[in-house]
Design a protein around this ligand. Sequence first.
Ligand code: HEM
Length: 148
Amino acid sequence: MSIHVVSASERRAKIRAHAASLGIDEAYIARLVDTFYTRIRAHDVLGPIFQEVIGDNWDPHLSKMKDFWASVALNSGQYSGKPVPAHQKLTHVQRAHFQTWLALFRQTLEDTAPSNEAVDYFMERAERIAESLQLAMFGTPGLPGYRP
Ligand code: HEM
């Protein structure tokens, strides 16, 4: 019996090849992020929440978000930020805002994605991350501090 140990770079290459087969690469991620945050900024509810924190400083946020999505979707390892504290300090954000965020993200994907599989690929990941951010922000049912 032989055991094949998969190196980090082999694993990364596999993920990247699979994503590429769905039409997902850095160029698409840049387009997705630019389009999504253009819509976020124009959104009547979400726009002001972002504006308050980011102000006129959108370029660093957009490049951070491109690194983030390349890490999530392509396993690029480019992003090394801390999403949980970044959202925990947004004390007026509620669960309903996450539903709005996810709906806008889905609509952006449906308008721009290279394939239906690419829509699902991003949505699965966005929903999972949104779930864990909400656990961190609003707590766990049955534990102290839980906000339904
Ligand atoms: C209601 C929903 C959301 C709101 C209002 C929101 C708002 C924000 C704001 C204002 C920032 C900037 C924070 C700062 O620079 O100090 C931020 C950063 C960020 N957001 Fe969100 N966000 C939401 C949902 C999400 C979701 C669902 C994801 C991932 C799928 C996400 C990923 C990130 C990441 C990666 C950062 C950068 C954190 C860092 O490294 O500094 N956000 N968000």
